[in-house]
Each structure stands twice: as C-alpha cells, then as structure tokens.
Design a protein around this ligand. Structure first.
Ligand SMILES: C[S@@+](CC[C@H](N)C(=O)[O-])C[C@H]1O[C@@H](n2cnc3c(N)ncnc32)[C@H](O)[C@@H]1O
Length: 239
C-alpha cells in the first residue's frame, strides 16, 4: 500500500492529484468555531468573518478536488451544527441532491453541555456519492442491542456511537480535534474498497491515513500545518 502526505493548502494540492484516482474523499475541515484551535502538538486557525466566507472557502476546494475522484467514489464531509445545513446545500449544488446518501451523526459523549439548551454531543458527517448505482459500500457491523439478537451483530445505523478521545487515551497525540481511529476505521472500511485510495486533504494528525493503512487502503493526506504533517508522517511510519 502506498501513502503520500504533503504540507500545503488543500486548494493548491488538489490539482496535483491524478484524475480519477481517489475512491474516498474524507474531509474534516475547520468547523468555523471562531477561534484558534490549540493543543500541545499544534494549532490551526478556525475562524472566518462570515459563514458565507467559510462556505466559499470549502466550495473552491471541493470543486478543485472533484476531477481526482473516480466515478465510483464517495465523499464524507465531517462538520458540525455550525455549518452542516450550509454544507448539505453546497453538496446538493455541486453533486446533485440525488447524490446524497446519508447524514451520519457521530455521537461522541464528551462536552457540549449548557443550562440553556440540550447538550451538543454530536458531529455531522455528510455522505455523498458521485454515481448512485456505482459507489462502494460495505455495511459496518456493530453489536446488536435487542434481546432477540443479543450477542450477535447488526448493520450499523446512521447514528455512530463511538466515544471521543479522552485525555488519557493511548492513541491521543496532542493534536487539536484529533478524531478516534475507531471512527475512521469504520468509515474507511465502509466507504473505500480494499486496496482503494483514501484522500484526506485536512489530515491533521493523520488519523484517516493511519486507519486507511491499517485496512489495506492507499492513503493521501495534505495539511496546511507543518506540525500536523510532521505528526501524521510519524504516526504513519509507526503504524
Ligand atoms: C479538524 S482538523 C483535522 C483533524 C484530523 N482529522 C485528526 O484526526 O487529527 C482540521 C485540519 O485542517 C487543516 N487546514 C486548515 N485549513 C487548511 C487548508 N486550507 N488546507 C489544508 N489543511 C487545512 C488544519 O491545519 C487542521 O489540521
């Protein structure tokens, strides 16, 4: 299996990708939280003047990446309540509303509580395909909860219950908003064929790339932050 990681802006990186070469685009961009995300191993800017600016930023980058996707490819866009409604409209416009497959809810448990509203405990992952009849999907299996199927497995639903990484988690590398390998393993296994190619153009600490490699998929990553690229490269080498 091969891997490639580059430091730079997704927009400038995208045209360097060979046409029709990517099976799965997973993007976990900044969520427009209005602050700089910082942790021990790095930081990144996460603020746009308006939501419209954030949408325009994303639109350019998705458009630049589409030529690299195979006709059988899928897109998973990981965002949250701040932008998911805008991102859904954007993807409907770029790909066609009939390319929508799922609105996945990643239910993670930690954080988000307030006395003034229901606790915010999930991210949104929009799943689109390029060709409704042609995209790859291998339904992930999760432990069954019903009494009838106890001890067995059932197909996962669009609500994914995987804890976020706590401060003591052994896989934590100290990069802000690092996602769990269990989540990326589930997504990559479900949406990228064996030996296929996964692209993560905002790869951060490289979680997607490590998951892809562990599952026998090729991995391509890019990030604007040199700290992120260094971490992702180290994690991939150690994997
Ligand atoms: C939400 S974090 C990704 C976290 C990653 N999934 C992980 O598990 O570590 C978003 C990443 O996007 C990167 N980023 C922001 N703007 C970018 C751009 N224009 N091109 C490439 N990467 C960018 C940031 O440096 C940051 O690492």
């Amino acid at each position: 299996m091969s891997h490639r990681i580059e430091q730079g802006d997704w927009l400038e990186f995208a045209p360097s990708l060979p046409r029709n070469s990517v099976d799965l685009l997973y993007a976990d961009p900044p969520f427009n939280t209005g602050k700089t995300q910082s942790a021990g191993a790095g930081s990144y800017h996460d603020s746009w003047a308006t939501t419209g600016d954030w949408v325009a930023w994303l639109r350019e980058r998705l458009e630049a990446t589409l030529p690299a996707l195979k006709p059988t490819a899928s897109i998973l866009l990981h965002i949250d309540w701040r932008t998911s409604h805008h991102a859904r409209v954007l993807l409907d416009e770029l790909l066609g509303a009939d390319r929508f497959v799922n609105h996945l809810v990643w239910m993670y448990g930690l954080g988000g509580s307030s006395p003034r509203r229901f606790a915010r405990k999930h991210d949104d992952i929009l799943f689109y395909c390029l060709e409704p009849g042609a995209y790859y999907f291998d339904p992930p299996m999760v432990p069954a909860t019903s009494r009838r199927m106890r001890g067995g497995l059932k197909k996962a639903t669009d609500v994914i219950d995987i804890p976020s990484l706590n401060n003591m988690a052994s896989e934590r590398v100290g990069y802000p908003t690092q996602k769990p390998l269990a989540l990326l393993g589930m997504l990559v296994g479900a949406c990228c064929p064996p030996a296929g190619t996964v692209l993560d153009p905002c790869c951060g600490s490289g979680t997607t790339l490590v998951a892809a490699r562990g599952l026998g998929r090729n991995a391509i990553g890019c990030d604007r932050s040199p700290d992120a690229v260094e971490l992702a490269t180290r994690r991939l080498t150690e994997a």
